[in-house]
Design a protein around this ligand. Structure first.
Ligand SMILES: [Fe+2]
Length: 459
């Protein structure tokens, strides 16, 4: 049996004030006997000679852990006293002392005075001490329970407050992260715009030199981008390859018209050396722009052959950058497509390209030749044979198709690529050419059978 005043769960309960019990009896000798009985107990004994005095002590004293009251008292009896005590100390257990035969009074005290137990007079000391200890322990447990409930409620409030502060902090941080992300996006967009502007300037530069360099480069760029994507290159490498393919012949800007119009097989050794420098010159032209340095490397090696027989560095196999191998393939396809005429032109171009795998071209890219050729060049008119040419405005005739956008001398767009020239377009175009002379000839596709042709080719 646990005789000390600790809760069942163990551990002393911290009390703000010393624990007391209140004994009420009209007989002094009973009160003295109770005082003696509890002399060694760890609580204070307060005594009152009447119910009224007992209520007064309850009003003025905190932490009374138990009330022990006689039933038979003059004036206010025990039941009435306990009823009034309930309002002042609702949690405090109440014990009633009655005579042996007074069962009726005991029942009344329990029912109306809410006494939790009754003890008989004369009492057994041990029984009374034990009863008081048990009830005090229960009282302390109720107190501890209330204290813990209050503590949990307070901690819940603190937790709610912390959560609310945390949510606010997370919200502020999220806003800040979003702001920084937006700033980065804007910065990236600005950088990308600058980058695009540089590419466009180079492309325009090529257009000024010779429009067919640019239209060839556009086809190679589209074709190389598609091959790179099909080969599983990531988006960054695909973009690098598209840009390098667009600029791969930029080194031809410094080559004379005469050399540009010749096939390499027809060139004298000195001419060939001069011509072959275009890949190195292309790299040099863009190398000073940091963002284009990798692109420049791809440009340098676009004429390397897979078997090591290319230029400028005679690299072989995988020592040639993958992007350059992809551009070499796209370049070859574009040249092959431009050489063949008729309905089966694409089939012939595909067959011719496939025959160069392992020697000129990377054989591991062979699987994508057919699809990239058909998708990139499907729109080139092939039902009738066409010849590309660049003509002076006065040499144009009805039925010719513009192979590129037509710009006036002051670079105003007059007619779009793909326009079939009729009499009215020719009249307007020739009149404009007189007032605002064009920088170069007009690029056209001439239906087969028309006498004017060009021998301009790409290599
Ligand atoms: Fe080239």
């Amino acid at each position: 049996m646990n005789d000390s005043l600790t809760p069942m769960s163990g551990g002393e309960i911290p009390l703000e004030q010393p624990l007391s019990i209140l004994c009420v009896d009209d007989e002094d000798n009973i009160l003295k006997a109770l005082n003696r009985l509890f002399r060694r107990e760890p609580f204070r004994v307060l005594t009152a000679n009447s119910g009224e005095e007992g209520l007064e002590i309850l009003r003025s004293t905190n932490n009374i852990g138990l009330i022990l009251s006689d039933q038979r008292m003059p004036g206010m009896n025990g039941t009435t006293f306990l009823q009034s005590a309930t309002a002042l100390a609702p949690d405090t257990p109440r014990l009633i002392l009655t005579g042996y035969a007074d069962v009726h009074a005991a029942i009344e005290a329990i029912n109306q005075g809410r006494a939790c137990r009754f003890l008989t007079k004369p009492w057994d000391d041990d029984e009374v001490r034990q009863a008081v200890r048990d009830e005090l322990r229960r009282y302390l447990m109720v107190q501890e329970n209330s204290r813990l409930n209050a503590l949990v409620a307070r901690q819940n409030e603190e937790l709610a407050e912390i959560n609310s502060r945390l949510e606010e902090k997370v919200r502020r941080q999220t806003t800040e992260i979003r702001r920084q992300y937006d700033e980065t996006l804007t910065l990236n967009r600005r950088l990308k715009n600058n980058y695009d502007a540089i590419i466009l300037s180079f492309s325009d530069l090529m257009e000024l030199r010779h429009h067919q360099i640019r239209s060839h480069s556009r086809s190679v760029s589209a074709c190389a981008g598609l091959i790179a994507r099909l080969a599983g290159a990531d988006e960054e490498l695909c973009e690098q390859i598209r840009v390098a393919a667009l600029l791969h012949d930029i080194g031809k800007i410094g080559i004379s018209d005469r050399l540009l119009a010749m096939a390499p097989s027809d060139m004298a050794p000195g001419e060939l050396r001069e011509y072959q420098l275009h890949s190195v010159r292309g790299q040099t032209a863009i190398d000073s722009i940091e963002e284009l340095r990798e692109v420049g490397l791809l440009v340098r090696h676009h004429h390397e052959a897979y078997d090591g027989g290319g230029y400028p560095d005679a690299l072989a196999g995988e020592r040639i950058p993958l992007g350059s191998r992809v551009i070499a393939l796209a370049n070859h396809i574009a040249n092959a497509v431009s050489r063949f005429r008729g309905e089966d032109a694409l089939d012939l171009a595909i067959r011719e390209t496939s025959g160069r795998m392992g020697t000129l071209l990377d054989p591991r890219l062979a699987g994508w030749v057919e699809r990239s050729t058909r998708e990139t060049f499907a729109t080139v008119p092939r039902g009738v044979g066409f010849t590309q040419a660049e003509l002076a405005p006065q040499d144009l005739t009805p039925g010719m198709i513009l192979s590129r956008d037509l710009l006036s001398g002051s670079r105003v767009l007059l007619l779009q690529e793909g326009t079939r020239l009729g009499e009215s377009e020719l009249t307007a175009l020739q009149r404009t050419a007189k007032n605002d002379p064009f920088h170069s000839g007009v690029g056209v596709l001439i239906p087969q059978g028309t006498p004017k042709e060009t021998n301009f080719t790409f290599h």
